[in-house]
Design a protein around this ligand. Structure first.
Ligand code: BDP
Length: 731
């Protein structure tokens, strides 16, 4: 063999060997925040002292076994040891797991378990038979599993283990992912590859990834998943697909995750042979009852239905002159005998309704307060329009004391730069949850003071109105990409969603720090600057896409990139010009009493605050007000100059994020460092594009020149208008 051929052969063998090596995917992001890489030597010693023995009850449910497996895997990885198993504490430093029902040793400790909600846990250092023991105890096995993940998190984030006294309970009952996944494996607004659900090969083939999906979700307390798109295909409710759904439910069950399905309202016609889907029709009602019975026969712990009805062309009860409550209650009646819930979406706006789109959901649902069956929950998007980089909170929060409302956040970044832009959504979620609805408890207190007693979080966790059901849903950012979410940093959005669903009062910053420590390195020299970068990232997106309360300026259909000029789509509210209302005179949507009066849907103190140009927060200025271009801003700039300043600030922030990330190279493995760097480069280019195209357009409309020193757009307005992306993902 001539030597170049030998080199080729050797290189080939080497690359085959690499691809077969067990850790060849070591840092491709697959392990998410459950990496369990070895701790530093100084921690290994102290942690080993607390993890000498794993003590489990004799009888172990699959959930308890999952907890034990996770501890073995985690401790094995973190400490390079195989933890010894026993059914009785025999050594100092044992880990004792279980419920008082199954574990006499735990029962004997008489721990204050009665204060825990379902799924809650205690992690405490106790003396058991004279041995220092870490006890992970709960009233139910799923609580033990959550406690096991929390215990591992303590090690992953380098917390001391000697004196533990942790109690944690979920504050919200339904903590759900919503997959917008289609049966052909395409994912609506998905930027992480195809759907992870391999419908075609289910139920026979259960991809190992389903288990890892369940582990990841259980590790952050997510307890339900809606498997299919809200724009639903009725086939998911046929016997063939119910079998497939049952197979997934079987994989998820030990991890405390129930499956739910999006139900198409017209399914009785499409797959049931009926000629109507009228909720008042007894045959339709019977069809849904029988369908529910069939589903529960296959999946006894099926969670229920999510429904998008009479929204964006989806069928619904209004097609038959019935109300949303009529439709929801019919489905609720079918599910009630089995304990299922209906999550009825409030995301509605109608093409024949000339009213401000931001007002329509409230106008539709507020009058129905109290008319929904007990097992109906209204699922409300965080803001009144549609998952924009920034919106004020939805005015329904605080306005429906007689109907449980659950939150719908978007985790996938449809409007925040798809997979590549680094935008940590913790601050967005936190801003919404912390917002004060100023409604106070009870129906009569609409003019209550804004004293922080009626935040959106207090609506969501049920404490404000004493709801019978509580819930938070997040539109998933999960696909078949090895890193699950289309980028490493998008994993943080899945993570923070779960953590805030568990505790809506959690801190986005603290959660980012935990995620960074678990995902990259538990080293403050890395974590603090990286957390700064994450925390600033969402505001950067707001600045370079939709500053000062602007919204919905993206391109049509796929929503990729800027297109504030679009004005010719059939429905007015599809057009960005509808939202920004810019002309030679000014910019912004007047939602005060002089305009659409959407502001009237908020409690009186907020009406006053938002209606006044002086008191409206700058971040919502153009959401609520139409203002002349020379409107003076607190900065001393006029509105036009301020707009330019904000766009520039957004771009500058991304430049800074790139520089800051480059500094962190020593802490990060090559693979994940390079992915993030390349994506930040894309983000910088696209931030400039957003800035340049938007300013080219607003400059032309306003007739204003850029302020002295401001950079001219790289291209003409015509150039930006002509860009077209027929193959953009997620559409
Ligand atoms: C919009 C998405 C669309 C969804 C819709 C919804 O662009 O794909 O179907 O929300 O939430 O933001 O129903």
């Amino acid at each position: 063999m001539r030597w170049p051929a030998m080199v080729c052969r050797a290189a080939l063998l080497f690359s085959i060997a690499l691809s077969l090596a067990p850790h060849s995917h070591a840092e491709d992001g697959y392990d998410l925040w459950l990496r369990y890489r070895s701790v530093e030597p100084e921690w290994r010693e102290t942690y080993t002292v607390s993890t000498r023995q794993l003590v489990l009850p004799r009888r172990q449910s699959p959930t308890l076994r999952a907890a034990a497996d996770e501890l073995r895997r985690g401790i094995g990885g973190l400490l390079d040891i195989d933890i010894e198993s026993a059914d009785k504490v025999g050594r100092d430093g044992a880990l004792l797991l279980g419920t008082p029902q199954e574990s006499p040793a735990i029962a004997a400790l008489e721990l204050p378990l009665e204060d825990l909600a379902r799924g809650g846990y205690l992690i405490r250092t106790e003396q058991v038979d004279g041995q220092r023991t870490t006890v992970i105890a709960a009233n139910d096995d799923i609580g033990v599993l959550y406690g096991a993940f929390r215990f591992l998190q303590l090690m992953q984030t380098r917390q001391p283990l000697e004196q533990l006294a942790i109690a944690s309970s979920p504050q919200v009952d339904l903590r759900l992912l919503n997959h917008w996944d289609n049966l052909d494996r395409s994912v609506e607004r998905g930027y992480a590859g195809q759907s992870i659900w391999d419908w075609w090969r289910l139920p026979d083939f259960r991809h190992p990834r389903y288990t890892d999906y369940a582990r990841a979700n259980a590790s952050i307390g997510i307890n339900g998943t809606v498997l299919n798109n809200v724009n639903a295909n009725a086939d998911i409710l046929t016997a063939r697909y119910i079998d497939k759904v049952a197979a997934l439910a079987g994989v998820f069950r030990p991890y405390g995750i129930r499956v739910y399905l999006s139900a198409r309202f017209s399914a009785p016609m499409e797959i049931g042979g009926l000629d109507t889907a009228d909720p008042g029709n007894p045959a339709v009602q019977r069809w849904w009852k029988e369908k529910a019975d069939e589903i529960y026969a296959a999946i006894p712990d099926f969670g229920g239905f999510l429904v998008k009805a009479n929204s964006e062309g989806q069928p619904g009860p209004q097609d038959y002159g019935r109300s949303h409550a009529d439709g929801a209650n019919m489905l609720a009646a079918a599910l009630a005998p089995h304990g299922g819930v209906v999550m009825w979406r409030a995301f509605v706006y109608a093409h024949d309704n000339p009213d401000d789109r931001a007002r329509q959901a409230y106008s539709e649902f507020k009058p129905l307060d109290g008319e929904f069956a007990d097992n109906v929950v209204l699922q409300v998007k965080n803001g009144p329009i549609d998952f924009q980089p920034r919106e004020p909170f939805h005015p329904l929060f605080g306005a429906m004391p007689g109907t449980p409302l659950m939150m719908e956040f978007q985790i996938t970044k449809e409007y925040l730069g798809f997979a590549t832009h680094l935008a940590y959504l913790g601050p967005l979620y936190e801003e919404v949850l912390e917002a004060d609805t100023c409604t106070g408890p009870g129906p009569g207190r609409r003019d209550a003071a804004c004293d922080g007693s009626a935040t959106v979080a207090s609506v969501i966790d049920g404490s404000l109105h004493d709801y019978g059901h509580t819930g938070i849903a997040g539109v998933a950012n999960i696909g078949r990409d090895r890193d699950w979410s289309g980028s490493i940093f998008n994993q943080a959005n899945w993570y923070v969603f779960g953590r805030l669903a568990w505790n809506p009062r959690g801190s986005a910053r603290a959660i980012a720090e935990d995620w960074l420590e678990m995902t990259f390195a538990a080293d403050d020299a890395f974590v603090q600057p990286a957390a700064d970068l994450m925390m600033a990232s969402r505001e950067a997106v707001v600045d370079y896409m939709t500053p000062l309360g602007l919204a919905h300026l993206m391109a049509t259909g796929h929503h990729y990139g800027p297109a504030p000029w679009v004005s010719e789509l059939a429905r007015p509210e599809w057009n960005p010009v509808y939202y920004h209302r810019a002309d030679a005179g000014g910019i912004g949507f007047d939602r005060t009493a002089e305009g659409s009066d959407a502001v009237a849907q908020y409690a009186p103190p907020l009406q006053r605050k938002f209606s006044s140009r002086a008191s409206v927060p700058e971040k919502y200025l153009l959401w609520f007000h139409h203002l002349p271009w020379d409107h003076p801003m607190p900065s001393g700039r006029d509105l036009w100059q301020e707009l330019v300043y904000r766009y520039d600030r957004g771009v500058a922030q991304v430049e800074e994020m790139r520089r800051d990330w480059a500094q962190l190279e020593p802490f990060v493995d090559r693979e994940r460092f390079v992915q993030t760097s390349s994506f930040l480069a894309i983000q910088e280019r696209e931030a400039r594009w957003w800035r340049d195209a938007s300013l080219a357009y607003f400059g032309a409309v306003s007739g204003r020149e850029l302020p002295p020193g401001a950079r001219a757009p790289a291209h003409s307005l015509q150039y930006y208008r002509a860009l077209s992306y027929p193959h953009a993902p997620g559409h």
